[in-house]
Write a protein that binds this ligand. Structure first.
Ligand code: FES
Length: 165
């Protein structure tokens, strides 16, 4: 019983004292212009974007940003990048036109490749040891500043010899 009484007394004294100190510190900071907006929330969404450098077929470097979770095909579409024929099947793993080539260091961070992607990648023009399909690569913060090269040409396996789909 004595312990409960002591705790109540302590809480009664400490809580108002804490509130007064916090309020005084906040107003003092406000009046002196030393405001701090530290919170436990996430940074603004724009701060969490991932920078991607695409190198186009003609060697032009294009720097854009995408959100974590977006595929590289999403980034190309969202940023309205004009890579001729890129992403013809809209990410359904039916064309290989979203073929991209990466530096070895980036390639190692891209995550596992599925059998379906591997099968489609085998049909891509200019296949390299560090090739992947852009529609299967999702952005993460670990990929910040990555370089993705668009191959010189594109092969859409859906096209017949006369050029029709
Ligand atoms: S967009 Fe067709 S396979 Fe990626």
């Amino acid at each position: 019983m004595a312990l409960v009484f002591a705790l109540r007394q302590l809480a009664h004294v400490r809580l108002p004292e804490y509130s007064r100190r916090t309020a005084a510190a906040s107003w003092g900071a406000w009046l002196t212009g030393q405001r701090s907006f530290k919170t436990g929330t996430q940074p603004l969404r724009s701060n969490s974007k991932v920078t991607v450098h695409f190198v186009n077929r003609d060697g032009e470097k294009i720097t854009v940003k995408g959100s974590p979770g977006d595929s590289l095909l999403d980034v190309v579409i969202n940023e309205d990048l004009d890579f001729d024929g890129f992403g013809a099947c809209e990410g359904t793993l039916a064309c290989s036109t979203c073929h991209l080539i990466f530096d070895e260091e980036v390639y190692q961070k891209l995550g596992p490749i599925t059998d379906e992607e591997m099968d489609m990648l085998d049909l891509a023009y200019g296949l390299t040891d560090t090739s992947r399909l852009g529609c299967q690569i999702c952005l993460t913060k670990a990929l910040e500043g990555m370089v993705a090269r668009v191959p010189e040409s594109v092969a859409d396996i859906r096209q017949s010899k006369d050029g029709s789909l």
